[in-house]
Design a protein. Structure first.
Length: 262
């Protein structure tokens, strides 16, 4: 029986080391370091506490997950209870940080580059100070939805200053658009979000049948690269784009620019 538990302990330790390394690579660089980097060690970590943590955590896994599985002979027990133990341990740790650390934030920026102003998205977050809405779109003086998307719409209440609208003139080309996007990116840097959600509309294309801007396929590569240079986790959601023959290559160009600069 002792050998069975010893082998289980070693196997659990190896499996946990792999899972924890994946977790740390994704969360440390994308969340912990940007948010509480000044509080963390610059080079490496303290070996002693780290070893003690692994030894105790794996012991906990043995007591609450692997041990019961060895007794029942059902490997599913180890997976279910091990996952629950990990969820509660790590989630309570992160929530404790979120509740007590001054610099810990969950701010998000929504960057809308569809030709039409994202009036619905703006309305949802208009009074929020933890979600920034930035929109580059056709000037509503001539473009749908006509009644929202003006530069004086900047948010209200706690959210005042968290909305930025950049109306664009007809036939805006790559260079002019890049200047507007640079302004948007400066605003995003100042806001300091943890991540960006891009509403990627490709109806700003020069031959799009329902719009009047003049971006090109190489221009989309430049746009993606500028957003990628922000160095933030980025979710891209595709929206408009009605020149169907060019849509695929334009999406590809924007994403290639993003990936190259990220």
């Amino acid at each position: 029986m002792f050998m069975k538990y010893l082998v289980g302990y070693i196997a659990t330790g190896l499996a946990f080391a792999v899972i924890d390394s994946v977790w740390l690579r994704s969360m440390y660089t994308r969340l912990y370091q940007p948010e509480i980097g000044e509080m963390m060690m610059k080079n490496g970590f303290r070996l002693g506490p780290a070893v003690i943590f692994y030894l105790l955590y794996i012991l906990g896994m043995m007591i609450f997950a692997v041990g019961p599985a060895l007794l029942t002979g059902k490997w599913q027990t180890a997976i279910v209870w091990g996952a629950l133990l990990g969820f509660f341990c790590y989630m309570t740790y992160d929530l404790t940080n979120y509740a007590t650390l001054k610099v810990w934030s969950t701010k998000v920026t929504v960057l809308d580059v569809d030709y039409h102003h994202g009036n619905g998205t703006q309305q949802i977050f208009y009074e929020r100070d933890d979600v920034q809405f930035v929109s580059l779109h056709g000037d509503p003086a001539r473009a749908y939805p006509y009644f929202t998307g003006y530069i004086d719409e900047v948010g209200s209440g706690k959210g005042r200053g968290s909305t930025l609208n950049v109306p664009l003139a007809a036939r805006t080309d790559d260079d002019s658009y890049m200047k507007s996007l640079e302004r948007a990116c400066e605003s995003i840097k100042k806001f300091g979000p943890s991540m960006i959600i891009v509403s990627l509309g490709l109806d700003t294309f020069i031959t799009d049948p329902i719009s009047d801007l003049a971006l090109t396929t190489p221009g989309y590569d430049r746009c993606g690269a500028l957003v990628g240079a922000l160095g933030l986790p980025t979710v891209v959601l595709q929206e408009g784009g009605y020149d169907v023959n060019a849509l695929g290559v334009n999406v590809q160009s924007w994403l290639h620019g993003l990936a190259r600069a990220s």
